[in-house]
Write a protein that binds this ligand. Sequence first.
Ligand code: SF4
Ligand code: SF4
Length: 197
Amino acid sequence: MRKESLDTTLFTKLSLLYSDMEGAYNRAASKIGLSCRDCAENCCTSHFQHHTYIEWAYLWKGIGSRPEKSRREFMKRAEEYVRQSRILLAQGLRPRIMCPLNDGGLCQLYEYRLMICRMHGVPNSFVRPDGKKMSFPGCSRCQELYSRLEEVPVVDRTGFYRDLASLEVAFVGQKIKTLARVNLTLAEMLVQGPPAI
Ligand code: SF4
Ligand code: SF4
């Protein structure tokens, strides 16, 4: 299959995987009663990295779907984000800067947001390939809400990770052996441009 049509197929599979993640998140959030509406602690200011080439490329597909004016604005904010975060990191501080894609509290590329953006909020866990279980309690608003529940729903990310890893292998192909590991913030993914695969 030609690379271009393979990518289209893989992007479709990725968007279906994202929908599954969203379904699992929404079921847990609804049982807990969690909504992001009017949240003072907007988690889009968190400083975190993403790790797959396929999500990086899909993010750029999303950028390409937006008008020129929005794209210019995203890039301007991304450059500023990277500049400010470098200063803070050099001072040993953890940056808390709004994501360049968030405008007015809302993600402007919601359907293209990456896996980690989709999982934050509700309690979730995953089992690493070495068998170690990693658990995350969810955001503070969520923790306060589920403190009143007898049974707390926890989203298991293990299958999502496995499926994403399979898509990554298919997307990168033989280059998987030589490519550097992705460890970039979303702003860095924008500033660096689409991945050269
Ligand atoms: S996931 Fe939690 S911290 Fe993030 S916006 Fe929603 S309620 Fe706020
Ligand atoms: S991509 Fe969207 S959901 Fe993720 S941090 Fe940025 S604005 Fe928030």
